[in-house]
Ligand binder design. Structure first.
Ligand code: R5P
Length: 304
């Protein structure tokens, strides 16, 4: 077999959609958790039957066990002779801890990036949180790396949902969202602005709204990640206080930890749309086509 895409059962939907879009055979990996928490994985091939190229689909939300799974799968596949291993991780975890914010703090992005790179030949991800580094390979030094953006797909979805007659104001909740806002505003041809944000803790953010007129206008907040939801909630309250007619939210990675979605809705958000990078009830934008478009050339470009 030349190339095979594998996935764990909990992400079968988006993995199979990617396999269809990329015209790859697809198989599930069996996983058993022992009483002590250790994992036993069973690959869909054994020694002597390994494909030449292996695509591992594993989005890394709630990442700790999933990272171990990826390392176990990739390590065994390599030992059985797989020549090219590509991880498709639409959500790439630990990217936000990219400097020591306080003395002694582990720079998780770099440490985990190096560990992943030792096991992989390629990595495809979507809107990774790379705000203080220019390229994905600086964070994860793999030979083939592809950082895609979901902003155009989210913008297209917003356009479809609001209808051609409605021109929203697109707002980014912090300076780091500026690139997504620029690309989505270009797609929709609408007004936009970017807030400034100061984070005081996991659940406490302060947001200053941009000098953009939102009075009586529908606003869409666009961001890469919704985690505690506090960024979106605080921005929403500010926008509604300024007279926005409605606030909808479009995010790439719907982490929505604990009460986050309820907090966002309680702040007055009307619709929440997300991609299927992280499986969540708000998913509205499938990424299979975008991912397949990046995967095909990586597999073709593999050394023989
Ligand atoms: C920050 O830089 C990101 O772009 C998101 O705005 C942030 O991760 C959202 O976090 P939370 O939902 O916890 O406020």
């Amino acid at each position: 077999m030349s190339a095979l895409l594998v996935h764990l059962g909990d992400q079968a939907g988006p993995a199979q959609a990617l396999a269809r879009a990329a015209a790859l055979p697809c198989a599930a990996i069996a996983s058993h958790t022992f009483p002590d928490g250790e994992l036993r994985l069973t690959l869909p091939f054994g020694a002597g039957q390994a494909p030449r190229q292996l695509v591992i689909y594993r989005s890394l939300h709630q990442p700790n066990d999933k990272l171990i799974e990826v390392l176990l799968m990739a390590g065994q596949a390599r030992a059985w002779g797989v020549r090219q291993i590509v991880l498709v991780a639409p959500y790439l975890a630990y990217m936000r801890q990219d400097i020591s914010f306080h003395p002694g703090e582990v720079v998780s992005q770099r440490v985990l990036g190096r560990i992943l790179a030792q096991s992989l030949d390629g990595l495809i991800t979507v809107d990774p949180h790379l705000h203080r580094v220019a390229t994905l390979t600086e964070a994860v030094p793999v030979p083939q790396a592809s950082a895609l953006s979901a902003a155009p797909a989210l913008a297209a979805h917003v356009g479809r949902m609001l209808g051609a007659a409605v021109s929203p104001v697109l707002i980014g909740p912090d300076s780091e969202s500026a690139p997504w806002i620029a690309s989505a505003a270009a797609e929709l041809g609408c007004a936009s602005g970017v807030c400034s944000k100061v984070r005081h803790g996991d659940q406490h953010v302060e947001i200053t709204l941009p000098d953009v007129d939102v009075q009586g206008r529908p606003v869409v907040l666009l961001d890469d990640i919704a985690s505690s939801g506090r960024t979106l909630a605080v921005a929403t309250r500010g926008l509604l206080a300024r007279g926005a007619a409605s606030v909808d939210v479009a995010v790439t990675h719907a982490l929505f930890a604990h009460d986050a979605l309820a907090v966002v809705r309680a702040a007055g958000v009307r619709h929440v749309w997300s991609t299927d990078a992280v499986l969540h009830e708000t998913n509205a934008v499938p990424l299979a086509g975008l991912l397949a478009g990046a995967l095909r050339p990586l597999l073709v470009a593999a050394p023989g």
